[in-house]
Design a binder for this molecule. Sequence first.
Ligand SMILES: NC(=O)c1ccc[n+]([C@@H]2O[C@H](COP(=O)([O-])OP(=O)(O)OC[C@H]3O[C@@H](n4cnc5c(N)ncnc54)[C@H](OP(=O)(O)O)[C@@H]3O)[C@@H](O)[C@H]2O)c1
Length: 259
Amino acid sequence: MSRKVVLITGASSGIGRAAALAFAVADYHVVGVARRQERLAELAEQIAALPAPHGDFLPITGNVTQANDVETAVAQALERFGRLDIVIANAGVGLRGELVATSWQDIETLLHVNIDGVLHAIRAAVPAMQRSGGGHIMIVSSVLAAIPSPYSACYSASKAFISSLARSIRVELAPHSIHVSDFLVGRTETEFNQKRLGKGERKDSRIPNMQPEQVAAAMVNCARRPRNTVVLRWFDRLLLLANHFFPNLLTYLAGRQYR
Ligand SMILES: NC(=O)c1ccc[n+]([C@@H]2O[C@H](COP(=O)([O-])OP(=O)(O)OC[C@H]3O[C@@H](n4cnc5c(N)ncnc54)[C@H](OP(=O)(O)O)[C@@H]3O)[C@@H](O)[C@H]2O)c1
């Protein structure tokens, strides 16, 4: 049987990069999309040097805000590997600051990457998955999808958008044998915090961050045993449980982290 193929947006760093390595080790062919070509080239070298057996890596320089770039990535995946089984809509940026004090440019960038980017990946991948007989969409959302956060309002709203999308399209795509998983990720040690738009880095929490490799391992497990919603840490499960009973308190506490 030919190897399964996974396309990952935002594969040049953090969770996407760790996922590319984890899927290659698990013997999937991986298509990695991001803007930083040199980072993708480094990753390609690292995957090529893995002990056999491992999947191949196809790096594709592209911007997820451009539908054409994502469509081209899917077309190249099909040309090279002949199928597409999984898409991980992972590329994303953060934004910190009061809504009215944030530049429109930053807000627009966030919405284009976190919302348009996810829509482009799904819309490009679904026809290819249908041709491959089914598939799996993994959406990289955040615990802040469920806990709207002051001083990061547009970010949490963008994640609420994609988590809502995941729930709706799960039903639409089930007849096509395409499963949709929503990853409610908590704080993870990546470049994300330093690259956050607006006021930039947020203050440290006393709870240790997850490592991107933990999220990547959960994605490989989810590919083997599909789940609707994935929450990785006990701490995040506790937050979501508390949010169920005391939503305003949790939003207040989230605001203290981002202020
Ligand atoms: N780290 C956390 O604490 C945390 C918590 C919850 C959820 N998440 C979510 O996890 C996902 C991955 O974030 P991360 O933590 O791994 O951060 P990261 O290390 O900053 O990675 C972000 C990735 O997105 C890519 N990207 C950004 N804009 C893009 C664009 N316009 N086109 C194509 N690729 C683009 C970046 O690549 P290029 O710059 O090379 O294009 C990079 O590969 C995001 O959706 C984030 O919201 C992260």
